[in-house]
Write a protein of this length. Structure first.
Length: 196
């Protein structure tokens, strides 16, 4: 997920140069024809994109620290405390929610950027749904969270930690992607979900 966010932040020429060269093994001469730049420029674009991707996927914290930060976020979220949410969120945190195409369920349409906006969003969620129960889970093979109401999973949250704070949040609310989670919750199975 971190890599997808980074790809989205790249310029189109960077993204094309990086993906075509590093994934599909196109030569820089071939890429130059596609993006209308010189092979040297495409090499530089791919290099800068590679550095961005590497920085986004490096620096993962230990599982125990990831779990600790998620627990702090969970407690702050359930308490609806803006102060505590701001303490656990990186100032430049990005949050992306997936409610499904066509507004299957309510979710933010655009990514939210900044601790104040993200904290206000999660506080508003708890106000609108006071019966929401937030639990720890394994999401993308990392510590994550699930939100449930009346025995049904209604949200799955993956987080990325940078230092000691949350720098990225991906929340899936699309029921079509969560039906297996409801079954696992009912059967007491371990919660593992790939969010992609």
């Amino acid at each position: 997920m971190a890599l997808l966010i980074v790809l989205d932040k790249m310029s189109p020429a960077e993204r094309v140069s990086f993906v075509l060269h590093d994934v599909f093994q196109y030569s820089f001469a071939e890429i130059a024809e596609i993006v209308g730049r010189t092979p040297h420029a495409c090499r530089q674009l791919a290099s800068s994109a590679r550095k961005r991707a590497k920085s986004a996927t490096s620096g993962r914290v230990e599982q125990d620290e990831h779990r600790r930060v998620n627990q702090a976020f969970k407690e702050a979220w359930q308490q609806g405390s803006l102060t505590k949410l701001l303490n656990v969120l990186d100032p430049s945190v990005t949050a992306v929610t997936d409610g499904g195409g066509g507004g299957i369920v309510s979710a933010a349409i655009d990514p939210m950027v900044g601790a104040e906006q993200v904290a206000a969003f999660f506080k508003a969620v708890m106000i609108k749904q006071p019966d929401l129960i937030v639990s720890e889970a394994v999401v993308n093979y990392q510590p994550g969270l699930i939100g449930s109401s009346h025995g049904r999973v209604i949200a799955v949250v993956a987080t990325q930690i940078t230092g000691t704070r949350i720098s990225n949040i991906w929340a899936v609310r699309n029921p079509e992607k969560l039906h297996l989670w409801h079954n696992e919750l009912s059967e007491g199975e371990p919660h593992v979900l790939r969010i992609a």
